[in-house]
Ligand binder design. Sequence first.
Ligand code: SAM
Length: 216
Amino acid sequence: MKKNKQQLDDLINIMKKAGFLNDNKVEAAIRKIPREEFVPTSLKERAYEDTPLSIMKDQTISQPSVVSRMTEWLDIKEGQKILEIGTGSGWQTAILSYLVGHGMIYSIERHSELAEFAKKNLDKLGIKNVKVILGDGSSGFSEESPFDRIIVTAGCKKIPDALLEQLSEDALLIAPVGKFQQSLVLLKKKDHEIVEIKNQPGYVFVPFLGKSAEEK
Ligand code: SAM
């Protein structure tokens, strides 16, 4: 336990020195949600490295610095309703769940093994404000739309129109966009228009797949 605390402190220092993790609330969430509970047993020793790690089905738990940047840009408020596409291990989901408090996270994952892995990980921590949905999230989740925030955790060639249509007024959407390398793109719905707020190149994600992900 003491060792994990030291490893977490070291990770946080590394991220801060590299210019990540500038928001106290996001730092509190990263401190609160133990990454070692979201990696396979064989990788627990490496849970506090600032690197993506293999989970299952050729997918990865995202790199802590990237999770912190995406979460900070999303500027989450208590009580919000969030759609996450690409649950993976559920670690990012748990961080979102901490930040929304009494709000709600809908998280869609296309691999059943990962959806089950994430549910188990979230249950272990007693997290109740998350619904993990098995399926193709490329068309969003119209049943619960509109959303205050949408986060896509896999690299999209183009952000599907269906996701933009499921944003409420003043809502934010973040997604890594690009074919081989991605830029993190932050969009806002303002006066019924979609406006780009931030765009930062230099990221590499596993691909976003699915029916609407293939749209030109
Ligand atoms: N942030 C996650 C974590 O902390 O563990 C890791 C997400 S991983 C980088 C991206 C995930 O997106 C993978 O689990 C992949 O199966 C999923 N994915 C890709 N395309 C999808 C789609 N159309 N619908 C749902 N999930 C999708």
